[in-house]
Design a protein around this ligand. Structure first.
Ligand code: F0G
Length: 353
């Protein structure tokens, strides 16, 4: 069996003799070179397919570490607030290791695939009539009053696990990229990647550091605006967050790396979402597409990307939100009767393409 994520990067993770080396097969995700978008921008663009993790998002990297530490401490009960992916991941690891799992999600505001995952894994699900920020406040209070391990990214072990994404990129490219483009919601992942690049740099595994380019959705862009957003709005429900927990760390990652945190509109997100699927054959979540929407915006704004190495983190799998793909489809589903003549007629316009 291949080495697990915790085994592979044990030297860089907070493990000890009592930490169980658990795994659901997380990490080691593909880094795919762009065929189309990169050429258009004159850059060497790569996509890190975090949707290939066991529950379909990057959260599994952090969750495996948080659950290992929870088990080490003898915890039997985990909880989180979530826009969907954290809850799916917590529920899966909770099920695998026999823990009671409680998840608080904003009612009506999480993609159907993510809710289906939490249900399938048998989590206790509270759909609250409030947004993610409120759900996080509630679960933090709950965790301070009861013997519950909080597995949101305010749990420091989550970020420790998530920094392995940066290690894998450097291991694959032999060096850190010039730019790292990443969606920003609760701001844990940008914090974790920056930490990972710095640790690898300090360990002599890479000679340089990337510029960290974070992208929020325009209607949920507190860091860009410089103040919390009371009522965040965006089609990218995963990053519909108005008061990110790791706000200050994200600002530090931006400033220390000489990067940027900017906003992209829902239109730009959807355009990138379609482009990545149609031109690259990669189906990611709308929130994930914010990284590519941001890259294209940088190019339009005149940032010189010629010959630069750019990695876009595609944080989650497009299958989590199948309704959206169908809602915005501009390829009609053609219904045809089941005889050769009708089929031939229906495809006649395709010949000679
Ligand atoms: N992309 C996806 C697909 C996400 O699910 C999230 C966050 C992000 C990007 C942003 O990452 O919060 O570390 O800045 N999802 C969390 C959740 C909030 O509950 O699943 P971040």
């Amino acid at each position: 069996m291949a080495q697990s994520l915790l085994e592979k990067y044990s030297a860089y993770l907070p493990l000890n003799d009592r930490t169980p080396m658990i795994t659901l097969g997380e990490g080691n995700t593909p880094l795919v070179k762009s065929e189309s978008i990169g050429k258009e921008l004159g850059a060497e663009v790569y996509f890190k397919l975090e949707g290939c993790n066991p529950t379909g998002s990057f959260k599994d990297r952090g969750m495996v570490m948080a659950i290992a530490k929870a088990l080490e401490a003898g915890s039997r009960f985990i909880a989180c607030a979530s826009t969907g992916n954290t809850s799916a991941s917590a529920a899966a690891y909770g099920a695998h290791y026999g823990l009671t799992t409680l998840v608080l999600v904003p009612k009506g505001n999480i993609a159907s695939g993510k809710l289906a995952q939490a249900i399938a894994y048998g989590a206790h699900i509270l759909a609250i009539s409030g947004n993610f920020d409120r759900a996080l406040q509630l679960v933090q209070t709950l965790a301070s009053r009861y013997p519950i391990t909080l597995v949101n990214s305010v749990n420091p072990f989550r970020l420790e696990g998530q920094k392995t994404g940066a290690f894998e990129i450097v291991d694959a490219l032999g060096e850190a990229p010039d730019y790292l483009c990443i969606p920003v919601g609760n701001a844990g992942n940008i914090t974790a990647y920056w930490r990972g690049f710095r640790h690898y740099n300090q360990a002599g595994k890479s000679a340089r550091l990337p510029k960290m380019m974070g992208f929020q959705a325009e209607g949920a862009a507190p860091i860009v605006m410089g103040h919390p957003v009371e009522n965040p709005q965006t089609i990218a429900s995963a990053i519909k967050i108005g008061n990110p927990a790791s706000w200050q760390f994200a600002v530090a990652a931006r400033d220390e790396s000489g990067g940027r945190i900017e906003a992209v509109s829902d239109e730009e997100i959807l355009e990138a979402y379609k482009l990545i699927a149609r031109k690259e054959g990669i189906f990611c979540e709308p929130a994930s597409a914010a990284s590519v929407a941001g890259l294209m915006k940088l190019a339009r704004e005149g940032v010189n990307l010629r010959g630069k190495k750019v990695v876009c983190i595609l944080t989650g799998n497009g299958l989590k939100d199948p309704e959206l793909a169908q809602q915005i489809a501009d390829i009609p589903l053609q219904e045809v009767s089941a005889d050769l003549e009708s089929v031939e007629e229906a495809v006649s316009s395709l010949w000679g393409r």
